[in-house]
Design a protein around this ligand. Structure first.
Ligand SMILES: C[S@@+](CC[C@H](N)C(=O)[O-])C[C@H]1O[C@@H](n2cnc3c(N)ncnc32)[C@H](O)[C@@H]1O
Length: 188
């Protein structure tokens, strides 16, 4: 079966990732989920921590509404500069260079793809940056048949924290046989 085409900016970002030897971009399955979440908030503030080579950014951008804005942050300045260049033609997009906490000045977020900084080191702050009804996406989990979920021989406390957080409606979605994402909505 032929592969489904990806948006041109995603293809360009994948090219940049290959050129830069960057191997941590999101998969197309996660990317399509990102596009969908961005599209669900047509006038929203969409954020990403960990721009990488801009693949996730490009997926979010593919669903971005005319009245929305997209803020992404990357601590690797060279990567941030290259991705900023790729989106210089769209004033809705802001690529910040530095620590993920720079995002705080742009909160609250209607969509937050937390993919570099925050996810592990400060889950409470991550949840606190969401607007009521805001959607949080966290990828790179390994599906577990157990409850509570297990990883690497023990209970996956991080995953449990998000899945049972009192301020969130959260679920886990399998995006590949060996990969899953947590999708959560902040309670109003
Ligand atoms: C998994 S990759 C991001 C992939 C990208 N979001 C995508 O979907 O294509 C994680 C990125 O987060 C960046 N990062 C890690 N910790 C960070 C922090 N505290 N602040 C900003 N960026 C960070 C890393 O340099 C790396 O480029």
């Amino acid at each position: 079966m032929a592969e489904r085409a990806v948006p041109p900016r995603v293809a360009a970002a994948e090219g940049l990732a290959a050129e830069a030897g960057f191997a941590y971009s999101c998969t197309p399955e996660v990317g399509r989920l990102l596009a969908l979440t961005a599209a669900s908030k047509p006038a929203g503030t969409v954020a990403e921590s960990g721009t990488g080579a801009g693949v996730g950014t490009a997926w979010l951008h593919s669903g971005l509404g005319a009245g929305a804005r997209l803020v992404t942050v990357e601590r690797d300045e060279a990567l941030a500069r290259r991705v900023a260049g790729a989106f210089a033609d769209d004033e809705r997009v802001h690529v910040l260079a530095g620590d993920w906490r720079l995002l705080e000045a742009h909160a609250p977020f209607d969509v937050f793809f937390c993919d570099g900084g925050g996810k592990r080191d400060d889950p409470e702050r991550v949840v606190g940056l969401l607007a009521p009804g805001g959607i949080l996406v966290l990828d790179d989990f390994t599906p577990s048949p157990d409850w509570p979920p297990r990883f690497d021989g023990g209970v996956d406390e991080l995953r449990l924290r998000y899945l049972t957080h009192p301020a969130l409606h959260a679920t886990e979605i399998r995006t590949a046989p060996t990969a899953s994402v947590i999708v959560a909505v902040r309670r109003s």
